[in-house]
Design a protein around this ligand. Structure first.
Ligand code: PLP
Length: 468
């Protein structure tokens, strides 16, 4: 990418640099609270506007500001509490234990689990537990994990951090894990196999029963990434939709991650990692009796944690209740079905990927540039998630998308966007510009260097605003 393009993207990271003071050091005198609140309120309301319209894929799972306000009230009571100090905050034990119990009940678990700060932390923690378990029980020194290429990239990050080799297996023609290919990648250093329910890219549920059978036959563990679907699919099943089994009812599934901060409608910063047995859970515990600072014990990656997240997650599950989760799942499924069928039956230029449940991924059926379609959707205020390998878009349906008429409005916008892409065939797409570099070693190196520069920029204060 030319430097100009990158500078423009970096510039877009700082929309407030011309309207707001950029603090490069602590202000000499306190800024009064009303000023701070007014500024933050302006930013928050402005940024919420788009999501509240319901035209955004994923990201916002609940969208109900009354619910957020209530969770905020609960958060407020414990925001300052450090749940590491259980003598001071025994309520954290109640909240955590009950969040784990409710998740375990939903997924037919054994009640063994931990709370983490999010999906990635749950996945990476699971990798750590499998690595330690395999090292101690089987003497594995060169650990590897086998996952379908679509399983979440946080697993690749975790493997990178933990010195685990990640083996990525191809998909079947139905975009599901190819279990035969996975079997060929398993060897005596494999610590676990992975499947998703559902995966991020295409929203598809891998053949969990087959993968679990493979795991059992090789005497290794199996993690199911239910970060996205874990708090939604059980309700979808209860509504009578036919789904394959994917939770602890499947023998051979030894751990599942399920994010409360997605379809559990909790505030951001919570996920549940469930284990079938306690021996595996204990791998992640850390107890150190010889520290001058005292006897130290900690269940996972984090040290101090805010009681606010734990209390508000517990409150979110209670305040939604079975009937609330079922009603939400019903709306989500109706919207998803309308969109899926609308594309399949009414837009021949597009192809729905696989048999989706609540997240609809679609690609061009012919030589249409799907990123041009995305350009036109963006221009109309829709925010899809762009995918690659193959080039596609997905619409992850959440509660804000279930407003009456929204699915139909989306289909109409999509038809218009396809027409736009047809008319602008051959022109470079704006939204897919970076993708064109990917997929080749040279291109990937370039993309990586651009991405690293973006990460640097995200952690910098705003550069001076350009003179207007
Ligand atoms: C299937 C799946 N797994 C894991 C994650 C990672 O979760 P988080 O972003 O909370 O770390 C996501 C996020 O979208 C996901 O969809």
């Amino acid at each position: 990418m030319a430097d100009d393009g990158l500078n423009e993207i970096i510039g877009d990271l700082y929309p407030y640099r011309s309207t707001s003071t950029t603090y490069r050091r602590v202000p000499a005198e306190p800024v009064d609270r009303a000023t701070i609140l007014a500024e933050i309120t302006g930013m928050a309301h402005g940024e919420d506007e788009r999501g509240d319209k319901g035209t955004v894929s994923g990201s916002l799972y609940c969208g109900d500001h009354d619910h957020y306000r209530f969770l905020g009230e609960v958060f407020d009571l414990y925001s300052h509490a450090n749940v590491l100090q259980r003598d001071m905050y025994p309520s954290a034990t109640k909240f955590e234990g009950e969040i784990i119990a409710m998740t375990s009940d939903l997924l037919h678990g054994t009640g063994k689990g931990v709370i983490t700060g999010g999906g990635s932390e749950s996945l990476i923690t699971a990798l750590y537990s499998y690595r330690e378990h395999a090292r101690k029980t089987r003497g594995v020194t060169r650990p590897n994990v086998v996952k379908p290429v679509t399983a979440h990239v946080a697993l690749d990050k975790g493997a990178h951090w933990l010195g685990i080799e990640m083996r990525r297996s191809p998909l079947t023609d139905d975009y599901l894990a190819d279990v035969g290919a996975m079997a060929e990648m398993v060897d005596d250093q494999t610590i676990a196999v992975i499947g998703s329910a559902a995966n991020y890219a295409h929203g598809l549920i891998d053949p969990i029963e087959e993968i679990a059978e493979l795991a059992q036959s090789r005497g290794i563990g199996m993690h199911v990434d239910g970060c996205l679907g874990g708090w939604l699919l059980p309700w979808v099943e209860r509504l009578g939709y036919e789904l394959p089994l994917w939770d602890f009812r499947v023998p051979g599934v030894t751990s599942i991650s399920a994010d409360t901060h997605k379809y559990g409608y909790a505030l951001k910063g919570s996920s549940v990692l469930l284990y079938r047995d306690n021996e595996l859970r204990r791998q992640q515990y850390f107890a150190f009796p010889d520290w001058p600072g005292g006897l130290y014990l900690s269940p996972g990656f984090a040290g101090s944690r805010s009681g606010g997240i734990i209390a508000s997650t517990w409150a979110a599950l209670l305040a939604t209740g079975e009937s609330g989760f079922l009603a939400a799942a019903d709306g989500i499924m109706r919207t998803a079905t309308t969109i899926r069928d609308g594309i399949r039956d009414g837009i021949p230029e597009l192809e729905v990927i696989g048999e989706p449940v609540f997240l609809i991924a679609f690609k061009a059926a012919g030589d249409l540039d799907i990123y041009l379609v995305n350009d036109a959707l963006i221009a109309q205020g829709w925010r899809m998630n762009p995918l690659q390998l193959p080039a596609a878009l997905h619409f992850c349906i959440t509660r804000p998308n279930t407003e009456p008429g929204l699915a139909e409005a989306f289909l109409e916008a999509l038809r218009g966007a396809v027409e736009y892409a047809r008319q602008h065939k051959g022109e470079p797409a704006r939204s897919g510009a970076v993708y064109g570099f990917g997929g080749t070693p040279q291109g990937n190196a370039l993309v990586e260097s651009v991405m690293v520069r973006l990460l640097d920029a995200m952690h910098d204060t705003a550069p001076e605003a350009p003179a207007s």
